[in-house]
Each structure stands twice: as structure tokens, then as C-alpha cells.
Design a protein around this ligand. Structure first.
Ligand SMILES: Cc1cc2nc3c(=O)[nH]c(=O)nc-3n(C[C@H](O)[C@H](O)[C@H](O)COP(=O)(O)OP(=O)(O)OC[C@H]3O[C@@H](n4cnc5c(N)ncnc54)[C@H](O)[C@@H]3O)c2cc1C
Length: 430
């Protein structure tokens, strides 16, 4: 995929784009604008940052290369999962002193999303209910430990372990040996959430410019964000282009690598079949590094996703690579029509810990959630807004993390990430 193929595009042909309930098209950036904060990228990271800042009274402009939610945020599995990618490493680094802060951050994205869905009446099919499944005994032991931690911390939401003999009551497959249900986790229509949050930010005075790829950031006491047709001058800039941007290479190259994840959506299933497959309407995710995930949509399609490559290049036949994986888990779906097949790029970081920091005192960045971003992008938006306002505590936690920087350019870096993933895939098999 060439660099230009990530610019000036419309939404990919996903189930989400076909069922988006807001068709607003924002203008392209033209001429000069002055705001308090300019955000680059209109995915969850950028929009959550813009909305938090707008709620706090800042004048914000968001500049997006394609459309609001065009990237991973409008294409993902829609699984709302607690936690921060790489969090055990964060806990190991910061120890007991910050364990409570990290635990709170683990669920903060859920709070923000629930608050916003209610406050701004965002129609995004938000629903509680998520099942982590175990394939091997060691996975079950990990889920038991997680359940123990939830109990120790008096987690106020319904959770329960599911033993092998009870699995048939929660899922129509014998592929798994048990699981953990958490009702605070759940699922949603990500593009409708992103568009709804964007509309809320605009209602509070934010401006959004679409089809406006940022070509460079000019560093000055008031930095300037440039596109082909205009510029935005601001007190601060937040860079939120994640796996799709190539800006600030001197500081940020070799840190985040695109990994393709792909999803198919079946035709709407008969109520009986949907109930047989997934009677509790849970989002389901397996524990492998190269994982499968699935859930029902609001109109009872099965959305089944998996990760296929680490080059960021879309496979020629998404259906051909995902459907066999789906039928292995849910053979009842044999013969069901596949109405949509699409994919997107996840931003992978070598140690899996999200990359949040500063390129300069006035240019901030947030990216690299390693496949785990619906929840954490919303926390990141709050951390970015805090940092713009001068509160650095949570930004510092992430900025102090040492990251591997892979030299030799993007292609070589992607090959190294692919090799690393081969290692994890072997571990999955063992
Ligand atoms: C197929 C798939 C399934 C996934 N499933 C899940 C899931 O179920 N649960 C979960 O928690 N996470 C999931 N993820 C990960 C999650 O979607 C991401 O972590 C999250 O959406 C990242 O949001 P973002 O805003 O940082 O990036 P993106 O949503 O990718 O947004 C970045 C935006 O920046 C724009 N941009 C880039 N460069 C420029 C530029 N130069 N100028 C202007 N704009 C620019 C892009 O056009 C894009 O719109 C999945 C990801 C994929 C791809």
C-alpha cells in the first residue's frame, strides 16, 4: 500500500460505513486558521482529545487526512476491553506505588465512553458483556488470576468464571475450555461512536477539517500544522495519526509498526441461530498473540476478526483468509453469505506499551496501542488534554518508558515485527 493510499480516501467498504448514522462531511482545510490546540488525526485518539479539550473550553481544530473515523477507529472489532496494552510491564516498572493509578486507568476509558454516550445521546449500540476464552489450561489459570484480582479490588461490575462444562450455555462452540465473563467490558459500533463524539466536539465549538493530509508541522513558539491547502497555528499540537502517519520522523520513526487485522461480517442471522451461537450477546476474544475475536452486530450479523499480517499490506482475499478461521470455531455458519470484508492497521509497539510523549514543549503525540485501543484512546485523549493544560503526571508515566527503536526504515522494521510475531505464534501453539 503506498503512502498516498492513506490520504484523501473515503471510508472503506465495511459494515460500519454501511450503517453509519451520520453522513456529515467536513470541509477541507483552506487558508490560515488560529486556534488554541490543533489535533492531527480524527480517530478515537484525536477526537477524544478534541472533545475533552472542547469540554474544557479550548478552541480546537482537528485536521484529518481522510474522514472522521477512517482509520482503525472506524474499522475495529468494536470490543470494549479494559486494560492498557503492555500493562504488566508498566506495573513491573512502577510497582505497588502506582498499582492503583494504573488500575484506575485500566477502566477510565469505559467511564469516559459511557458518560459520553449518555451525555451526547450517541447511538452506537453500546452493550455490556465480554468473554475472554481459554484454549489451554495456562490460559484458564491466567483468567482465574484476573478474576481473583477483580475480586480483591472489589470490582463493582458483574463478572464470573465459566468452567468447561458450563461453556455450552454461553457459546455455541466447543473450541474453548472455559472463560471469564466481564459485564463492564462489552461491544459497540466504533464508527458511530467516533462520529458521535466528533459531532459533540463540533457542537462545543471545535472545527474539523477532512480530506486534509498534514504534510508537516512547523515548530515555533506557536507551532503550525500545514496541509497542501492551508495551515493551522496553535498554542499546542497533538499528533494522533497512529499507524497511518509519517510525521516527525526524526523523533518518531521506527517506533510504531502497522499490523493488518481483518474482519468479515455475515448476512444477518436468524434469531435462533444467533441465540445458539452467542446466547448472551457477548464480545469474544481468544488469548493468542495472533488472536481471533467475534461478536454479533445489532442486526445479528456475526462479525469475526483475526490478524493476518505485519506488513500493513491488505491481503488479496480477506474473506479467503478469515472465513476458514471463523468456520473452525463456528461451523454452524457454513454457507452463510459474507456481506462485508475489510481490514485496517493497528499500531504495534515492540514492548506493547502505548507511546505518549512530547516532540517539543508544544507538540504532543499519542499512538501505538498495539491492538487494544477502543478503551485506552479515550484515556489518552484525557492525558493529552491534561498535558496541554500543564498537568503532566500521567503523560510522564508513559514518557519515562524506554522504547525500542527499530532502525533501517519502515519495511525492515515491519519484517522484524513479523519475526517477533512468529515467535509469539509459536508460543501460542506450544
Ligand atoms: C481491524 C481492527 C480491529 C481492531 N479491534 C479492536 C477491538 O475490538 N478493540 C480494541 O480495543 N481495539 C481494536 N483495534 C485497535 C483500535 O481500533 C485502535 O487502537 C484505535 O482505533 C486507534 O485509534 P487512533 O485514533 O489512535 O488511530 P486511527 O483510528 O487509525 O486514526 C488515525 C487517524 O489519523 C489520520 N492521519 C494519519 N496521518 C495523517 C496526516 N498526516 N494528516 C492528517 N491525518 C492523518 C488517519 O487518516 C486516521 O483517520 C482494532 C484495530 C483494527 C485495525
Amino acid at each position: 500500500m503506498s503512502k498516498l493510499s492513506h490520504q484523501n480516501q473515503e471510508h472503506c467498504a465495511s459494515y460500519y460505513a454501511a450503517t453509519a448514522n451520520d453522513q456529515t462531511r467536513y470541509a477541507t482545510l483552506a487558508g490560515g486558521h488560529k486556534v488554541d490546540v490543533c489535533v492531527v488525526g480524527a480517530g478515537f485518539s484525536g477526537i477524544a482529545t478534541a472533545l475533552t479539550l472542547s469540554e474544557r473550553g479550548y478552541k480546537v481544530a482537528v485536521v484529518e487526512a481522510n474522514r472522521v473515523g477512517w482509520g482503525a477507529s472506524g474499522r475495529n472489532g468494536g470490543q470494549l476491553i479494559g486494560g492498557i496494552s503492555g500493562e504488566h510491564k508498566l506495573v513491573a516498572k512502577y510497582g505497588d506505588e502506582l498499582a492503583d493509578t494504573l488500575w484506575a486507568m485500566r477502566w477510565r476509558g469505559h467511564e469516559i465512553i459511557h458518560e459520553r454516550v449518555t451525555k451526547y445521546a450517541i447511538q452506537c449500540d453500546l452493550k455490556g458483556g465480554y468473554l475472554d476464552v481459554a484454549i489451554k489450561p495456562r490460559h484458564m489459570r491466567a483468567l482465574e488470576a484476573e478474576y481473583g484480582e477483580l475480586q480483591r479490588r472489589q470490582f463493582p461490575h458483574a463478572c464470573r468464571l465459566v468452567e468447561k462444562k458450563q461453556m455450552a450455555e454461553v457459546l455455541g462452540t466447543d473450541a474453548y475450555i472455559g472463560g471469564l465473563i466481564n459485564h463492564y467490558n462489552g461491544h459497540l459500533h466504533p464508527l458511530n461512536l467516533c462520529k458521535g463524539e466528533a459531532a459533540a466536539a463540533v457542537a462545543l465549538g471545535a472545527e474539523i477539517f477532512e480530506q486534509s493530509p498534514v504534510t508537516r508541522i512547523e515548530h515555533a513558539s506557536r507551532p503550525r500544522v500545514h496541509t497542501a491547502g492551508g495551515h493551522v497555528e496553535a498554542e499546542a499540537v497533538v499528533l494522533a495519526g497512529n499507524a497511518y502517519h509519517r510525521l516527525e520522523r526524526t523523533r518518531l520513526s521506527g517506533l510504531v509498526f502497522p499490523a493488518g487485522s481483518y474482519i468479515v461480517a455475515t448476512e444477518p442471522l436468524h434469531e435462533d441461530l444467533a441465540r445458539q451461537i452467542n446466547p448472551l450477546d457477548l464480545a469474544v476474544c481468544d488469548p493468542n498473540a495472533v488472536l481471533d475475536y467475534f461478536r454479533l452486530s445489532a442486526d445479528r450479523r456475526l462479525l469475526f476478526g483475526g490478524r493476518c499480517n505485519y506488513s500493513g499490506r491488505e491481503p488479496a482475499d480477506i474473506k479467503g483468509s478469515i472465513v476458514p478461521r471463523m468456520l473452525k470455531i463456528l461451523p454452524q455458519l457454513k454457507g452463510k453469505r459474507i456481506d462485508y470484508a475489510w481490514g485496517g492497521n493497528i499500531g504495534i509497539v515492540v514492548n506493547r506499551i502505548p507511546l505518549l510523549g512530547r516532540v517539543s514543549p508544544t507538540v504532543f503525540y499519542t499512538q501505538g496501542y498495539s491492538g487494544h485501543g477502543v478503551n485506552f484512546t479515550h484515556v489518552a485523549g484525557e492525558i493529552m488534554a491534561d498535558a496541554v493544560g500543564g498537568t503532566m503526571e500521567r503523560l510522564d508515566l508513559f514518557e519515562k518508558i524506554k522504547h525500542w527503536r527499530i532502525p533501517f526504515g519502515q519495511a525492515a522494521g515491519s519484517q522484524m515485527v513479523a519475526l517477533g510475531m512468529l515467535y509469539y505464534r509459536l508460543k501460542d501453539w506450544l
